[in-house]
Each structure stands twice: as C-alpha cells, then as structure tokens.
Design a protein around this ligand. Structure first.
Ligand code: ADP
Ligand code: MG
Length: 725
C-alpha cells in the first residue's frame, strides 16, 4: 500500500475527530492526503473589520451575532441588524427594509459579507451587505490579515468538504502537520514518471503540497489536473482490463445470410433509417468475429432501438451452436436475453417481438416478477399464453425458447440458458460486465452484449463510464417525425399553456404532465414525496384545469399490476391526461400522446428534459412540450431556451456538462466519480490521454500487478463504481 499508516501513527487525534474522519472514509495517511480541497477561497480582496473606513465597499469574513429585527423609530420601517466579528474587531450591520434577513441567518454563523461602510466615526456600520454563509472561516493561520498587514502570495486558502464534528480548518491543519512530520518523504508516485512528463503533470509530492497549500492559483490548478488525470487513469485501467478479459473469453460466432435478414426486415411496417441499418451492420460485423461484442447503442427516444435489437436477435437465434467435438448434434439454436428496466417495458418489447417473429417458428418467452408468458400458445398459434415459471425455465434451459425477454427476473439464479449468445439491455446502464457474467453463468462462452440507452451522454463521460464499450449512435429519427415545439412557460403564463392543451385534448390527443422532481438522495428511485406531488397535481388538474377530461396518476410506489393497468388505459385512450414522475417508464410508446407539460423544469438537466419530451415524438401529429418554471432568474430561462434551439440530445448534454456540472446532471454520486473526476470530464484531452495511456499499459503488461502494484491496488479500491444508473 502506498501510505498504509493509520493517521494515529503520526498524529494524536481525539475520538470526536476520529469518528468524523471515519465518516468521510478517511483512515490512513494516504486517505487524508487524497482528501482534496473542494475549492479555494481567494481572500486577496478581503479586509479586516478593524481596518474599515467610511464609504468603503468592503468584503469581510466573520461570525454573526446579535441578530434581531426592529422598527426605525421615526419612519417605523423595519430594520434587521446584528454584528460581525472577525478577530480584529466587531462591527454593526444594518439591513433596511429587509426584516426577514434576521430570520434567514443565525447567531454564530460564519459568513462572507459584501457591502458599504456607512455611519459616522466611532459609529460605523456595514449597510445592506450581501450575505454568503460559509462552512467555516477560510482565514486562520494568517491572523495578520485581520490586523491589516499586507499579504503577498498566500491569499489562497483551501476549503474542504466538512462533516459534523470536523471543520475545513481542522482538516487543513492536520494535513499541514502530516507534511511537517515528513509524511511525504517515503512516498512513491504510482503514476509512471514518463506519463507525467509527457503530459506535463506534477509528480505526487509536489502535487500534494500544491493542492493542499498552494502559493499560487496556477499551482493548485496544475495539482488538481494531476489528481484528475490520476482518477480517470485508474478508471480507464479498470475498463481496459475488463475489455481485455472479454476479448480473451471464448464466445459464439454468428454468421448471417443477408438474404434471410433482408426478408426479416422487409416485413417491418416501415423502412429502416440509414442509422438503424448501419447500427445493424456494425453489430453483425462484431458477431462474425471471435471476440464477444461490448457495444452501447445510444439513440434518442423514438429513434427505433427496438428494431435494431429485434433484427440482431434474429441473426442470433437463427444460428446454430458450434458442433460439439464428436458429440451428437445439439438441440436448439443460439439464444438471446433481452432485459428491460420495468414490467411495462418488458411487456411492450414482448409484444413488439411477437409482431416481428410471429411468421417464424421461433418462440418468445417473457419473465417478470408477476408471471411468465410464452408465444405462441399451443391452443392459438397467433396468441401468447400464460405459463408457469417452471415450465418456461425448462424450455429456456433446454434451448426450446430461444428468446427470453424480461425484467431483473432474468438474472435470477434459477434462469439458465443452453446457449446464451446475446444479451440486450434496455435503458439500464447499471447492467454491465458483471451482469453479463451472471447471465452467462455456467455457460463457458461469453455472450455478446448490446446495451441501449436514450440518455445522451457527453463524449468524455461516455469514454470514461463506458470505457469498456464501443459506442454506436442512432443519430437519425424515422422519417415523418415532426420536431417538438417547445415553449418555456414562466410564472403567470400557465393559462395559455392549459388553453392550448385543452384544445389538443378536444382534438382527440392526449397529454403527459410530469411533476417536479423532489430532491432525493437517489434520483433513480422514487420517494414518498414524489408520489404525493403526483397525486396532488392530478387532483388539482381535475378540479381546476381539466375538469371534463379523464386524469390518472402514475408513480413508482404503485404495484407493477397497477401501473400496467394505468398504462394500458392510457394507451387505449381511456385516460386523457397522465400525471407521472420523471423516472417512470422511460420508453413508453403512446403515439397519440402529443403534449407534455414538465413542471419544475429548472430542476432537470437539459438532456433529461430532452429525453422526457422525446415521449411525444412518436406519431404523425405535431408534438408540443411545455417546460414550466417558477424561476425568475434570467440565467435559468436562458438555459432552458437551449431546449428550443438545440438540434439533438448530445448538444444538450454537452451544454449541461459545461454549464451545470455533470454531478448535478447525472445524479451526483451515481457515476462514482469524485467532484474532481467530474471536473476532469470537461476536459476531452485529459480523458483521451488517460485512456490512451491506460490502454497502452494494459496491452503491454500481461501481469499488471507485478509491474505496477500501486496502480492495481488503486484500481481494486475503485470497486464496481462506474456504471451509471
Ligand atoms: P426507442 O429507440 O425509443 O426504443 P422504439 O424502438 O420504441 O424507439 O421505436 C419507436 C417507434 O418508432 C415504434 O413505434 C417503432 O415501430 C417505430 N419505428 C422504429 N423504426 C422506425 C423507422 N425506421 N421508421 C418509422 N418508424 C419506426
Ligand atoms: Mg426503447
């Protein structure tokens, strides 16, 4: 290990701090040294309270006290007041006509204040300052600043993320103490020095000093770049290893007769788009080699991923397994497993596949938590039938059912295939390498993997998170789709929107209403609050807005059967307006639903909004999207306006990455990247460099743990992080 020592070997740490550190996952010297500042505070323009003069525009840091509200004694106008103290002096603060200020902040809070110094000599006060609450005061070791002495370089202070019981200041001092105790002396840089030199990155010791205690902003930046590179590099090593393992495994080679394939696709009620055609060809080429495919198919909602899945599945299930050595010819063709994130989607795919495969002697099975089905039914060859799980699994195991569609139920232990050659995963990024292995189980051969998603991902993030996959874009919509007319609806503008939707409903169309997402730790799961907001909104719409129409709510707390029923009613137009949260049923297909109202639009990333509105780009009617925001901020409105002009989801994803930060956009910790790693993701050159070097290292060293034990140790500590949910 790089710095295995427990912190206590070098420092005395009291129990309270030990506990707090543990919460942050910091136990060893290495952990602490790699606990990097979240940001830096530049205090070159900060004044000490004691040195302020009348008329000055001042910025001070300090602690609040004595907050209260009173009425000015002549005008009776409300005044909020209090004090700020920074160690050099204490000064009064007054906010006129903002009585709520005293309630917004509390005594003892650390703040940054920016305002004008007013009053008279001896009775100075800070007038109407802007308040920015701080976790702690960045200033500490330079008490001299408070006394007004000039500082030259050291105006940059690291600010660490805190937890209960531990301040940024304490962390800073503890790191400095480690430096003083010589913690850096025995340190080995895990990154080969040629790589560092090549990209002009500081070596570890220098970088640690620069990142924790920078003299110049430039140094801090160089150090952060190094650590960002390091983080992405380890991820890329992991991905390169996964890729190498898949390449090394034996797989099924699938060779297809183009004539048969053409006959299969000619039955589609549409002509394939050029993008679909080329995606299919790419996949078939992968199939024909002797390495298992690992491919991500990225395409907007409605771009026709299911047809690509069906066509390539056809190629697989019409192929024979390799001849056993001298064994008798085996029964059954190669098999395909197709996994969807929800029962509704699994059923929808099952129904699509029945249409695609009904003219062939190919059975299709469906397995979900609430039961199993098989097509065709023995009694009526044009229909599917319910069957027992035991029966279905028996047929899957003996190869009689070559296509199995399902939810998570597909990867249960009891599900065994005879010759599983192809795994298709829809809208479920978290299923990766491990799940493929799980599905393959005892089968010695590695199945080909196609992962499909409608989430537009910036290139850098895709290269990192999906570093082990090849990426194919479905960047073309079927002909005849009308682009969505998108309107940003600000405060007080909802009447027009509702009038429009009303007229659409009267024309026989349907509408979705997406309720604002309520912040929650895991945005892929729904909580009770979101359910409440959906139910409340459905009620409000029924009583105040669309009293004559049928309105129903759909949320994640319903049972699959309840959801199913609602979706069925919606697709049969027994329901006119469907109120739902953003996470349910990403891929549902109801061509007559041409209106979507998205409440609280500012809470979503643009790419997500784009994905949501994709639900209405299905039929031949003009689709409409209303992005509703209560925000009065111009910035928010401007950001949303990009929705109306952007050409595709990828453009919006890049926009999100630059302007919002991917952490926020992709649900914080979901990607497993640190804040710094997320910063790195904005830098295509850095990501590409890390990727190139990692690949090279893995390709040229058959035993990486021998050559680079420190790197391998770091990679092992990454765990199974980087599959986005
Ligand atoms: P997604 O990419 O969102 O999974 P689907 O596969 O569900 O999209 O396709 C959406 C709809 O578009 C389906 O009704 C499908 O039959 C239809 N579709 C697919 N490909 C084409 C095409 N090339 N031309 C016209 N319609 C198509
Ligand atoms: Mg789909």
């Amino acid at each position: 290990m790089q710095f295995p020592d427990q912190l206590s070997v070098h420092l005395k740490i009291d129990i309270a701090h030990q506990k707090a550190l543990k919460k942050l996952g910091v136990e060893t010297v290495g952990d602490l040294l790699y606990y990097l500042p979240a940001r830096y505070e530049d205090i070159s323009d900060v004044q000490s309270v004691g040195g302020l003069e009348k008329g000055q525009e001042a910025v001070v840091y300090g602690q609040l006290s004595g907050l209260k509200t009173r009425k000015a004694w002549k005008s009776r106008k409300p005044i909020a007041e209090g004090y700020v103290e920074d160690g050099s002096a204490k000064m009064k603060i007054m906010w006129f006509n903002q009585p709520y200020i005293a309630k917004m902040y509390s005594d003892g809070m650390y703040v940054k204040l920016a305002g004008k110094v007013a009053g008279s000599e001896g009775k100075l006060y800070l007038s109407n300052p802007e308040v920015e609450p701080l976790d702690s005061l960045p200033i500490d070791r330079h008490d001299s600043i408070f006394a007004g002495t000039e500082q030259q370089d050291d105006t940059l202070y690291p600010v660490y993320r805190e937890t209960a019981g531990m301040t940024s200041r304490w962390l800073y001092h503890t790191v400095l103490k480690l430096f003083e105790k010589g913690a850096l002396e025995t340190l080995i840089d895990p990154i080969p020095s040629e790589i560092l030199k090549k990209y002009n990155l500081p070596e570890l010791k220098v970088a640690l000093v620069w990142v924790h205690s920078p003299k110049k902003a430039k140094d801090a930046e160089a150090a952060r770049k190094r650590f960002a590179f390091e983080e992405v590099f380890y991820i890329q090593i992991q991905k390169a290893q996964e890729r190498a393992a898949v390449s090394a495994a034996q797989t099924y080679t699938v060779k297809t007769d183009p004539k048969h394939l053409a006959a299969f696709t000619s039955r589609f009620p549409f002509a394939l788009t050029a993008a679909q055609d080329s995606a299919i060809q790419t996949i078939l080429t992968d199939f024909s080699g002797n390495r298992a495919m690992s491919r991500l198919l990225e395409g907007d909602v409605g771009s026709g991923k299911t047809a690509v899945a069906a066509t390539t599945a056809y190629a697989v299930v019409t192929s024979r397994p390799p001849e056993g050595l001298g064994k008798k010819i085996e029964y059954g063709n190669l098999q395909t497993a197709y996994m969807a994130p929800t029962e509704i989607l699994a059923k929808q795919h099952f129904e699509s596949f029945i249409e695609y495969f009904q003219h062939l002697p190919i059975s299709v099975g469906l397995i979900t938590g609430s039961g199993c089905m098989k097509f065709p039914s023995k009694a009526d060859p044009a229909k599917p039938t319910k069957i027992s799980k035991v029966q279905l699994l028996k047929w899957v195991k003996n190869g009689e059912v070559p296509i199995l569609i399902g939810t998570h139920a597909l990867i249960y232990k009891s599900v065994e295939f005879k010759h599983l050659a192809y795994v298709i995963i829809d809208e479920q990024h978290r299923f990766g390498t491990n799940q493929r292995k799980q599905l393959a189980k005892k089968d010695a051969r590695m199945p080909h993997l196609l992962s499909m998603t409608a989430t537009p991902i910036p290139r850098t993030l895709a290269l990192t998170i999906y570093g082990d996959l090849d990426i194919t874009l479905l960047d073309q919509m079927p002909a005849g789709r009308k682009p969505v007319k998108t309107t940003i609806v600000g405060p007080g503008q909802s009447k027009e929107m509702y009038d429009h939707v009303e007229s659409e409903l009267a024309d026989g169309r349907q509408a979705y209403v997406i309720c604002p997402r309520i912040e929650e730790p895991d945005p892929t799961k729904e909580n009770a609050l979101n359910m409440k907001s959906v139910i409340a909104e459905a009620k409000r719409l029924k009583s105040d807005v669309f009293p004559t129409w049928n309105i129903a709510a759909l949320h994640g707390k319903m049972t699959p059967a309840e959801k199913d029923k609602i979706m069925k009613q919606f697709s049969e137009h027994q329901i006119d307006v469907l109120v739902a949260t953003s996470v349910v049923e990403v891929g549902v297909n109801v061509p007559n639903a041409t209106n979507i109202i998205i409440e609280g639009a500012e809470r979503f990333g643009l790419a997500q909004l784009h994905q949501l509105r994709g639900r209405v780009v299905r039929g031949t009617y003009q689709p409409y999207c209303f992005a509703v925001t209560e925000s009065k901020s111009d910035k928010t409105r401007d950001r949303l306006k990009a929705l109306a002009t952007a050409k595709n989801g990828f453009e919006l994803a890049e926009h999100d990455l630059q302007f919002r930060g991917s952490g926020e956009l992709y649900g914080g910790k979901q990607s497993g990247l640190s804040d710094l790693g997320m910063e790195a993701i904005r830098n295509l050159k850095l990501v590409e460099a890390a990727r190139t070097e990692a690949k090279h290292l893995v390709d040229t060293h058959s035993d990486l743990s021998r050559a680079f034990p420190l790197i391998v140790e770091k990679v092992a500590r990454l765990g199974e992080v980087l599959h986005m949910e």
